[in-house]
Write a protein that binds this ligand. Structure first.
Ligand SMILES: Nc1nc2c(ncn2[C@@H]2O[C@H](COP(=O)(O)OP(=O)(O)O)[C@@H](O)[C@H]2O)c(=O)[nH]1
Ligand SMILES: [Mg+2]
Length: 708
């Protein structure tokens, strides 16, 4: 394996809507470079990229896959990504380490929903981008309309580098506006003939060439001057201008392609080599301590782990980018987060599932290593003694949640550890054991994401699981004060039990004045782990209850707060004043006062106008303007309060507050209302009272369950 220096390494990520041809293009790029001797297809399930069983089953990509190709004197690392929104995490982590994104557009469909969703992230990262209009051999391919849509959606930075002479069956020639040449491909694709531009295309080609030259010149004053002096720019000057334009997101070069017929991929690779920025051309990387680090092969060694894969027979595989310096096999590197020192015993170039061992990687390159003990996705490894930590990938919040159970009770323990592994591989899946709900809650990006996770649990980990509806973490509180007393008395043979407590309970709020009319002996403020407070006053005078029984009463109250009287949910924000009681010199004990405390609290609670509170989420919904009305109507039927609307590019952002109970399967409904063009994120905001009729229903349901 040839060793490439930092200037001769290019990292690209293939992105685009599902079925736009990314996996097919990766295949063509490897074949054209002579690294493979046949081109696989997704139909025949023999591509380098889609090698996982689930990808064969579905016929499309689920994971981001790294590969490399060599074109002229360059090594191009290619990351092929899935196109569906459910797997957006794979796209985001790949974009984080790529230096140029190649966005495929399907000339049959133009700009698709999937294109727009991915575009949001390309913009966020401000990564240089190339567009490749694919499927040009398709009978319904429409190059002009595709370009028009692209200009409308992505703006005037869209810059034609090529155009096809004909599309559909007769597609075999591309006019290149930078080289001012026509490429004519043989029927089986591959290496084209370079021909003069035919006379009847001359005018169009010249006009587009001039537009290209102007676009390239715009990005640099020196080039602009030259352009005005000479009226044109030479090829090298054009390249320089385009590269600057790409780095500043002012130029998005557009290429022509039929990945299936292998026409056009060579020119794209040539452009990636000669023009697309390398890692060392990029702006400096941000570190979490607010400083920056340049990608420099002479700098201190530092790598960033962007992906983790757990392969059944291999173990943990960590994919990294060398952000600075060089890594060599056998090196010890330090993880500033876990404080572990990791030996990188083996280094690999990964081509799908094939591992090619290498001795070293230099700054800007992408590789993989096996069996890191204490290092996960999003962590950095650097020279011992240094504290280099790169800005982590910010994965989107989960959009769908479900409770998960093992079909077989004996698998419960295994389920926990397997889910932890799945989260390591895919940080867009979250797992939490919700103690109060007594459920394992799995959150993910969408229905398909959940379905694939279930498939993996079943096929890879041999675990049968079921998804069930997650319970809602309600809370209970009171709205007015009340009093109750309870006498617990038991005299059956042997030792008896006796305890009586009088208490007053009040809704608690911050800054509440101290109670009056009682003499306070003791006060305890308890911060409840589930939010809110219990403030407990001991106002017993004259020794009517022994001091040692006060904690027993408090224990009883606390027990009931764990399992509220109305729905069994946690109780919050209550003030309890124990002001009187009775005891028996022989029969009183801890348990008697605990029961008295619990029962007095329960009775008082029921008379204190109890209220059920529900979690409210603040959500942000992205929708195309024309679909806003439908989305808002649906939100209103979900008891939401619309907080505001804002436009962001071609999208409207609706902000709303919605009860969690109304968000069950919301991502699925939003998808169907917006034909897949809408998207949302949400996070917990606060607890708020549920409407009366819902309270009644919840209380009845709980009572029924209790009576059983
Ligand atoms: N006609 C035509 N079909 C293509 C082209 N590129 C890909 N395809 C087909 O489109 C389908 C999806 O391709 P794939 O590479 O899996 O798309 P991905 O989802 O973007 O990875 C497959 O059936 C390919 O054979 C192309 O340039 N022309
Ligand atoms: Mg694919």
């Amino acid at each position: 394996m040839k060793v490439y220096d930092d200037k001769h390494i290019k990292n690209v990520v293939l992105v685009g809507a599902s079925k736009s041809g990314k996996t097919t293009l990766a295949e063509a790029m490897l074949f054209e470079a002579g690294l493979t001797n046949r081109r696989g297809t997704t139909e025949e399930k023999n591509t380098i990229s889609d090698y996982h069983e689930i990808e064969h089953e579905r016929g499309s990509s689920v994971y981001a896959t790294t590969m490399h190709t060599e074109w002229r004197d360059y090594k191009i690392n290619i990351i092929d990504t899935p196109g569906l929104d459910d797997f957006i995490g794979e796209v985001i982590s790949s974009l984080r380490v790529a230096d140029t994104a190649v966005m495929l557009l399907n000339a049959e469909h133009g700009v698709e929903v999937g294109t727009e969703l991915i575009w949001n992230y390309v913009e966020k990262f401000q990564k240089p981008i190339i567009f490749a209009v694919n499927h040009l051999d398709h009978s319904k391919a429409d190059f002009e309309t595709t370009i028009e849509q692209a200009k409308k959606r992505f703006g005037k930075a869209i810059t034609l580098m090529q155009y096809p002479v004909k599309t559909g069956d007769g597609f075999d020639s591309i006019i290149d506006l930078l080289k001012m040449t026509m490429y004519k491909f043989p029927a089986q694709g591959g290496k084209p003939q370079k021909l003069a531009i035919p006379a009847d295309e001359q005018d169009k080609a010249t006009q587009l060439h001039n537009e290209l030259v102007e676009k390239a010149a715009e990005n640099d004053e020196k080039l602009m001057e030259k352009f005005f002096e000479k009226g044109s720019l030479n090829e090298d000057e054009l390249r320089e201008g385009l590269k600057l334009g790409m780095l500043h997101h002012d130029v998005y070069p557009v290429f022509c392609l039929s990945a299936k017929k292998d026409m056009g991929s060579g020119r794209i690779m040539g452009f990636i080599d000669n023009v697309a920025p390398s890692a060392t051309d990029q702006f400096k990387e941000k570190l979490i301590n607010e400083t920056e680090l340049a990608c420099d092969p002479k700098g201190p060694t530092a790598i960033f782990v962007f992906k983790t894969l757990i392969e059944p027979h291999l173990g943990k595989l960590s994919f990294f980018k060398v952000m600075s310096g060089e890594v060599k096999a056998g090196m010890d590197l330090y993880n500033p987060v876990t404080r572990a020192t990791e030996r990188l015993n083996q280094l690999f170039i990964m081509d799908g599932k094939n591992r090619n061992p290498v001795e070293k990687f230099t700054a800007g390159d992408i590789g993989a290593t096996l069996k890191l003990k204490d290092t996960q996705t999003n962590q950095s490894l650097c020279m011992p003694g240094k504290e280099i930590e790169f800005d982590p990938i910010h994965f989107p919040e989960a959009r769908i949640r479900t409770a998960i159970i093992a079909k077989n009770k004996t698998d419960d323990e295994k389920l926990g550890s397997v889910l932890a592994e799945i989260h390591q591989e895919d940080p867009t899946i979250h797992i939490e054991y919700a103690r109060e709900l007594k459920q394992i809650i799995l959150s993910a990006q969408g229905e398909l994401h959940l379905a694939i996770t279930k498939w993996r649990l079943n096929h890879i980990y041999h675990l049968e699981v079921e998804y069930i509806k997650p319970r809602i973490p309600y809370r209970e509180t009171i709205q007015k004060s009340s009093q109750a007393n309870y006498k617990h008395k038991k005299q059956s043979g042997g030792a008896g039990q006796f305890g009586e407590a009088y208490m007053k309970i009040e809704p608690y709020y911050e800054g509440m004045p101290e109670p009056t009319g009682v003499s306070i002996r003791d006060k305890e403020i308890i911060e409840l782990t589930w939010g809110g407070r219990l403030v407990f006053y001991n106002c017993i005078v004259g020794g009517v209850i022994d001091q040692r029984f006060i904690p027993s009463i408090q224990k009883g109250v606390m027990e009931k707060m764990h399992e509220g009287p109305i729905t069994g949910s946690f109780v919050r924000d209550v003030r309890v004043i124990v002001y009187d009681g009775k005891m028996h010199p022989v029969d009183s004990n801890d348990i008697s006062f605990k029961i008295a405390g619990m029962m007095a609290f329960k009775e008082a609670f029921q008379m204190a106008d109890p209220k059920i509170l529900e979690p409210i989420y603040e959500i942000e919904i992205f929708v195309p303007e024309e679909l806003m009305g439908d989305v808002v109507t649906d939100l209103q039927s979900r008891r939401s309060i619309i907080l505001g609307m804002d436009s962001k590019g071609n999208y409207q952002v609706i902000k709303a507050r919605t009860p969690l109970a109304e968000l069950d399967k919301y991502s699925t409904s939003l998808r169907s209302i917006t034909q897949g063009r809408g998207n949302y994120t949400g996070k917990f905001a606060e607890y708020a009272p549920v409407p009366g009729e819902i309270q009644k229903k919840l209380a009845e349901e709980y009572k029924k369950m209790e009576d059983h």
